[in-house]
Ligand binder design. Structure first.
Ligand code: GLP
Length: 235
């Protein structure tokens, strides 16, 4: 595991974008990238937009979201689709056929689509305060593939601001599984802020335990972690 500790959110975003860009430039083959949503990667997407718009990768980069809420109009605020459209896809000049949206209706085929690439080339992850990655909540099997997941109260509270109130947060989400995550060739885990410090310590230095989903990442052979100094403060 390679851990980079940065001064602040801006530097975390810059270092993360640099890592993704280096992977894009590594060779000229097709590349698949799994994209996290949430407040953490927004700054990184801003930095990646002009890099993608250089136009040198357009046809060979494929983007995938990694989770999505169920039972909700996906054009509404708070959904992963809307987040990615607003923060990334609407700003980059890429072919629509290179963007794949996961939802509750197409998820059964998602692992096949991803495994056609031999797993994600780069998977970008944030982390929930309870250790969830994508939307794999505590207790999820390390053997899980893409599935529907009941959301924990903690996760719903973490995202109530995205939906206006906790009552508007959907009860369920569809998410790539832990096995899907671990099949990625390379994983970038990002975290910022002191409210992530405890779970970052537990996940990266604690016991590997399905009650802390992110702890499984310790077993990944190619994990790159970028933290700001607050998120890294207990390491
Ligand atoms: C949500 C998303 C995850 C994300 C996590 C962290 O649950 N589904 O993909 O990593 O939140 O969110 P934030 O970056 O806002 O803390």
């Amino acid at each position: 595991m390679n851990i980079v500790i940065t001064q602040d959110y801006e530097e975390m975003s810059m270092q993360s974008a640099k890592f993704v860009a280096e992977n894009l430039l590594k060779d000229s083959k097709k590349i698949s990238i799994g994209l996290a949503t949430g407040s953490t990667p927004t700054g990184m997407y801003d930095i990646l937009v002009p890099i993608i718009n250089l136009g040198i990768f357009n046809e060979r980069v494929f983007f995938y979201n990694i989770d999505e809420y169920c039972n909700i109009d996906l054009n509404k605020n708070g959904t992963c689709k809307k987040y990615l459209l607003d923060n990334f896809y609407s700003k980059v000049s890429i072919n629509a056929k290179n963007i794949y949206f996961l939802d509750e209706f197409n998820y059964k085929n998602y692992d096949n689509v991803i495994s056609d690439f031999g797993g994600f080339d780069v998977l970008i992850l944030g982390i929930g305060k309870n250790g969830h990655i994508a939307y794999n909540e505590p207790g999820t099997s390390f053997n899980s593939l893409t599935h529907i997941q009941e959301l924990s109260v903690e996760s719903k509270m973490q995202h109530e601001v995205d939906f206006g109130s906790i009552d508007n947060v959907p009860e369920k989400a569809v998410t790539i599984g832990i096995k899907t995550i671990m099949n990625s060739k390379c994983i970038l885990l990002m975290a910022s802020g002191k409210e992530k410090a405890k779970i970052i310590k537990k996940s990266l230095k604690g016991e590997i335990d399905k009650q802390v989903p992110a702890s499984v990442l310790q077993l990944h052979p190619n994990l790159h972690v970028v933290l700001d100094k607050e998120a890294a403060s207990l390491l």
